[in-house]
Design a protein around this ligand. Structure first.
Ligand SMILES: O=C(CO)COP(=O)(O)O
Length: 249
């Protein structure tokens, strides 16, 4: 059985003090959820605060980006080891906003996925089509390329650890979520692509989330679908109440 994973991607929201406030409220209201893995992904500047507060709880910590080199003259960047040292468990890689605004490519995604796995951080690798790609019937080919290139050169054992987030770009922050059937179908297709690359055992084990306008009102319908193993939540992860409602789906 694949353990569902609900991750909150805060994007560029919350100062360190606001993070503290959020986590204290979250911990006050969080009764241990056994059958779901809960992850929060604050900005870099809040990671240390979050790590200290989450110590001893079973809520996991994620970063939103990383550099693929170990160290060096890369002004403004953060290396995998720096995240690991803070106690970071997960790292979002290749989010569509990074692909769109910061020149992230399948090649850099692949390098970053490898780099975090090397230090024991689990990548949450994001894939998904834009609206025009969807309208041109390219959803599957886009996802296939992003998954294949992103996982290139990884062993089956490494691929098994990766979390894939299927986030159709047109559904992000728009309130226009994919239907549960569409999301399930594309995620099923992504699982087939993983099977072609790494075999059935890995495809059956790998966790694939849906992301894009996930809310307390629609989480249950996604989670009842056989292929969907959780959600990567943006806007609705910024309030404790809505995030908890989603985590308790
Ligand atoms: O991009 C997302 C998560 O990574 C989704 O954002 P929203 O939930 O705000 O649509």
């Amino acid at each position: 059985m694949r353990k569902p994973i609900i991750a909150g991607n805060w994007k560029m929201h919350k100062t360190s003090s606001e993070t503290k406030e959020f986590i204290l409220e979250l911990l006050n209201n969080f009764s241990e959820l056994e059958n779901v893995e809960v992850v929060i992904c604050p900005p870099f500047t809040s990671l240390e605060t979050a790590a200290n507060l989450l110590k001893g709880s079973n809520i996991k910590l994620g970063a939103q980006n990383v550099h693929y080199e170990k160290s060096g003259a890369f002004t403004g960047e953060v290396a995998p080891d720096m995240l690991k040292d803070l106690g970071v468990d997960y790292c979002i890689i290749g989010h569509s906003e990074r692909r769109q605004y910061f020149g992230e490519t399948d090649e850099t995604v692949n390098k970053k996925v490898k780099a975090v796995l090397e230090v024991g951080i689990i990548p949450i690798m994001c894939v998904g089509e834009t609206l025009s790609e969807r309208e041109n019937g390219e959803t599957e080919s886009v996802c296939k390329t992003q998954v294949t290139e992103g996982l290139k050169g990884l062993t089956a054992e490494e691929i098994k650890k990766v979390v894939i987030a299927y986030e159709p770009v047109w559904a992000i922050g728009t309130g226009k979520s994919a239907t549960k059937e569409d999301a399930d179908e594309t995620i099923g297709y992504i699982r087939k692509v993983v099977e072609e690359i790494a075999g059935k055992e890995v495809a059956d084990a790998i966790r694939i989330q849906y992301g894009g306008s996930v809310k307390p009102e629609n989480i249950t319908s996604y989670m009842e679908m056989p292929q969907i193993d959780g959600a990567l939540v943006g806007g609705a992860s910024l309030q404790v109440k809505s995030f908890l409602e989603i985590a308790k789906f």
